[in-house]
Ligand binder design. Structure first.
Ligand code: MN
Ligand code: MN
Length: 369
C-alpha cells in the first residue's frame, strides 16, 4: 500500500505531515482522480491520524465514494480553501513542525500561503522523489489498466489504417480515429493524436494538418488512450502503396531491428542507458546515428512523462514491473520519418508489450484485411 510506505518513511525522516497537491500523486495515494483546474485538491498525510482528502465542495460526493480511509473535507468556492484546510489540520495536531512537500510541483504562491498559516513549520523535506520511485514500479492492477489502454491503442491503429486512401488529409484520419473510439466508449486520448504523411513524419513532434495522402508514402501514427487513469502510447509507420523504395525499405528495417533488439534485451538488471545503446548502436553502425535524435524511451503510467527515462547515461537499473516505451526512429528532414514504438513492462525474464499491432513493413495490409 503506497500510503503505508509513505507513513513508514515519515517516521524514519521525522516528518509530521506530507502535503500532496499534484493530482497524479493524490490519485496514486487516495484512488481519487480529478482535474481540479485552479482549485485546490490535496491529500494530507499524518503519522498517526487519518489522512485528509481536501476537495472542492462540488467533488465531495465523488471523493467520499472513492477515497477509502480518508477524511474527506471540502470547501465552497466562496470560502478561502487555505483557511479551511489549515483549521482542519490544526484540529488534528496542535504543534506541527516538519512538513514534506512536492518540491517539483508545489507553487511558490501556495508555499507562501502555507507558511503564513503555519509560521513555525519547516518545509525542508521533499516527497517528490519518493513518490516518483514508488510510482516507477507498477502494481498488478495498474498493469491490467495499462494493458487495456494498450488494447484500445491497437484498435485505434486498426481504425486509422482503415481510413487510409489517396487524398485523405492527416486531420481527417485523426478525426475518424477519435470519433470511432468515442463511439466505442473510449473517452480520452492520452495526448494529441499524431498522424503524419511522408516527409511530415521527419519531425518527431510534428503536427497533423491538411496534407493529403499520396501513394507510396509512409504514414506515421503516434497515439494513445486513457483507461482508468492510465495511458497507452504506440507508434506505427505504415507503408501505403505498392512497393516501398529501396531507401524506404532500408530505413524501415533498420528502425524495426533497433526496436526488436532493444525489446529482446530487456530483463531485470539491465541499465536504462545500456538499453538505449542496444538500439542506438544498430542505427549508428548503419550510418544513421545523427538521424535518431531522441532518447530510446520514457516511462509510462498515469501519463507519458514518467520515469524511467531510457537514455544514454542513465544508470538506473530496470526491475520487474517498470513500464516504459521503446521507440527508436530515423528522421531525415524534408525526406522521411520512421518510428516504431511499443510500451510495456519488465517481467521476470523479459519485456511484455501493452500493444501488439504487427510491426513488419507489410503490417498495414494485414490490418485492413
Ligand atoms: Mn508515442
Ligand atoms: Mn512515447
Amino acid at each position: 500500500m503506497p500510503l503505508n510506505l509513505i507513513i513508514n518513511l515519515m517516521k524514519k525522516q521525522d516528518v509530521d505531515i506530507v502535503f500532496l497537491n499534484d493530482p497524479k500523486n493524490v490519485f496514486y495515494i487516495s484512488s481519487y482522480r480529478s482535474d481540479p483546474h485552479e482549485r485546490v485538491l490535496a491529500a494530507v498525510l499524518f503519522k498517526d491520524a487519518a489522512p485528509i482528502l481536501f476537495v472542492p465542495a462540488l467533488e465531495e460526493n465523488d471523493a467520499r465514494k472513492t477515497a477509502e480511509g480518508f477524511d474527506v473535507i471540502s470547501y465552497m468556492d466562496t470560502q478561502d480553501p487555505w483557511t479551511v484546510l489549515a483549521n482542519n489540520i490544526k484540529e488534528r495536531y496542535s504543534s506541527l513542525s516538519g512538513w514534506s512537500i512536492e518540491k517539483d510541483f508545489l507553487t511558490v504562491e501556495r508555499m507562501e500561503t502555507l507558511r503564513k498559516h503555519f509560521p513555525t513549520a519547516t518545509f525542508n523535506h521533499n516527497i517528490s522523489t519518493a513518490l516518483q520511485n514508488m510510482r516507477l514500479i507498477k502494481s498488478e492492477k495498474e498493469i491490467t489498466f495499462m494493458k487495456q489502454a494498450g488494447y484500445w491503442a491497437d484498435e485505434a491503429l486498426k481504425i486509422g489504417a482503415g481510413t487510409l486512401r489517396e487524398g485523405i488529409s492527416e486531420l481527417e484520419v485523426v478525426a475518424e480515429i477519435e470519433y470511432q473510439l468515442k463511439k466505442r466508449g473510449v473517452a480520452e486520448m492520452s495526448f494529441t493524436t499524431m498522424v503524419l504523411f511522408g516527409e511530415n513524419a521527419a519531425s518527431p513532434h510534428g503536427v497533423p494538418g491538411d496534407t493529403k495522402l499520396k501513394k507510396n508514402q509512409f504514414v506515421l501514427f503516434d497515439l494513445g488512450t486513457m483507461h482508468e487513469g492510465y495511458a497507452s502510447d504506440v507508434t506505427r509507420t505504415f507503408f501505403f502503396g505498392e512497393e516501398p523504395s529501396a531507401q524506404q525499405k532500408r530505413i524501415y528495417e533498420l528502425v524495426l531491428a533497433a526496436h526488436d533488439e532493444a525489446m529482446a534485451a530487456v530483463h531485470p538488471g539491465i541499465k536504462a542507458g545500456d538499453l538505449d545503446a542496444v538500439a542506438r548502436t544498430i542505427i549508428t553502425e548503419a550510418g544513421y546515428g545523427r538521424y535518431f535524435n531522441h532518447r530510446l524511451g520514457h516511462g509510462l503510467g498515469q501519463g507519458v512523462h514518467e520515469y524511467p527515462s531510457i537514455m544514454e547515461g542513465n544508470e538506473m537499473i530496470l526491475t520487474e514491473n517498470m513500464c516504459f516505451s521503446i521507440e527508436p526512429g530515423i528522421y531525415i528532414e524534408g525526406d522521411i520519418g520512421v518510428r516504431v514504438e511499443d510500451c510495456g513492462y519488465v517481467t521476470a525474464d523479459g519485456f511484455e508489450p501493452f500493444t501488439n499491432t504487427p510491426t513488419d513493413i507489410g503490417a498495414y495490409l494485414k490490418l485492413i484485411d
